[in-house]
Design a protein around this ligand. Sequence first.
Ligand SMILES: Cc1cc2nc3c(=O)[nH]c(=O)nc-3n(C[C@H](O)[C@H](O)[C@H](O)COP(=O)(O)OP(=O)(O)OC[C@H]3O[C@@H](n4cnc5c(N)ncnc54)[C@H](O)[C@@H]3O)c2cc1C
Length: 573
Amino acid sequence: MSNRVVASAARANLAERPQADVLIIGGGINGVAAFRDLALQGVDVVLIEKNDFISGASAASSHMIHGGVRYLENGEFRLVHEAVRERNDLLSTAPHFVKPLQTTIPIHSAFSGLFSAPLRMLTHRSGKPKERGALLIKVGLILYDSFSRDGGKVPRHEFHGRQHSRRLLPDLHSGVKYTATYWDAAIRDPERLGQDLIRDGRQAGGSNARAVNYTSAVALSGTDVVLEDGPTGRRIPFTAKVVINAAGPWVDLVNGALGRSTRLMAGTKGSHIVLEHPELLAATGGRELFFENSDGRIVLIHPLKDRVLVGTSDIEHNIADPAECTEDEVDYFIQLIAQVLPEISVERSHIVYRFSGVRPLPDHDDLPPGFVSRDYRIDRDDLNPGGPRIITLVGGKWTTFRASAENLADYALAELGRKRKLSTRGLAIGGGKNYPVTDHARHAWIELHNERIGSHRAETLLDRYGTIAHDVIEAILADEADAPLHTLPEYSTAEVRFLAQTEDVLRLTDFVQRRTDLAFTGQISPEILSEVAQLLAPTLGWREGRAAVEVHRAMEQFAGLQGQESADSELAL
Ligand SMILES: Cc1cc2nc3c(=O)[nH]c(=O)nc-3n(C[C@H](O)[C@H](O)[C@H](O)COP(=O)(O)OP(=O)(O)OC[C@H]3O[C@@H](n4cnc5c(N)ncnc54)[C@H](O)[C@@H]3O)c2cc1C
């Protein structure tokens, strides 16, 4: 069954068939990965997401797929081991979006932190963050390399003195005495990888794998979970044998709606800015700069999509409030760039996008945010007698999504008395299937599609969608009215329609923020929004006037997310 049919049928038939073996609440990366895993096991599964898929914490990451070298000093060896393994796997299973990332740490001293770090590792909680000196970082990276030993896909770390470091990165602060360089990975399009997982799940499970966005779990009625359809407000009592609470930082609010009072989470807010700044981009030399800011926080300057991503903060946050990147955070980010690249002038006008989210961290009492475990755990509980078993994911990083989803699915399978049919380990994801990784294979793929659509377009679509590009090309060729967009000639009308029809687009912002990278790369203008909205309107059956409302809302939202100081952005649509 095509994704197009399954996507639209799922929303419609939630009310017609309000039951499934497993109900997953929360369509962030962990929820969609659990959805795919269970669908692959042949389980009747429903995934609901209150907003759009991959719009919560999963849309706020630093785009790193990493073992977490800094977690070593907190003694989180289990997590680092699993995360390095998952990073290595993702380089093979999602090569269209996950790419190796060279990461350089600028270091100002030789011995700093030697005493405080082991103490932190032993006590897991004491000690103010102190600057990490060269020796400490060297030990950490030797350990980190050792975690990569089996099946290592990335080169080992390198250490350089001042002169060599200046040759590699001429704009570095003159106080930098050493640099350490190691390899992790970056995810270019996290929101698109989320779409790939949903697509995989639907393809595996057909009408028994239903994923619906803009639908929330709002209450419990007897043993049913009451779902609310966002667009209509319609309420649906839903019966499931097992409920997976994958609501990330909102886990306690979901439990509260289901009549359970928990305090499992205490997430911290983290923000980023995206800069369009060719000089800064060039100064990174294509590497992520990962370093300690003057306050001891680990921060990063990450070249991505011809832009530079800078982050991040770590601020205690009340989950009932929206997360926004404040002007103080912007000041902090601009200042941190000056710590390592002092000659490069950065202004607010370079900012093309900013975003913020809440890390799903476990409740941590008075432990400072930097020391809180980034590992995850799974809690099991009876919702109420005779009702479904509830399984809650507490924590969980982007990097480890496959492993945490596998664990969630195993818990659910055990509750259902069923056996796992298939491991997701090593299974290619979406457009990563048969992705041409070598230059030769890439050239051959483009040549294959050249005659039908032209090599430039074939390559653009391959970069955007991986091998799902093949389906996009078929849709484009089947659409006689296809034409480049006037305001955005790199996209065409049939491509926009394909995404709208197959990927659950409900709002204009879904399209520009999460189906494409137009917002992230700062390509939003009233003209582009207007043209895209006019195209979406007939495809999505919008009533007269809805396109104008969508454009107005999107403009209001993006006004606050670019460089200028402005009134708080209106994030809730
Ligand atoms: C600033 C920052 C930087 C980070 N950087 C990295 C990084 O570089 N690498 C890395 O590996 N990890 C990183 N992380 C961590 C990672 O992003 C998260 O741990 C991960 O995305 C959590 O995914 P999730 O699916 O559990 O939660 P979420 O993505 O938050 O998904 C939960 C979903 O539940 C939905 N929901 C809530 N209530 C309801 C309801 N009642 N009904 C239905 N749905 C509901 C929400 O709308 C949300 O979409 C970072 C996180 C932050 C905040």
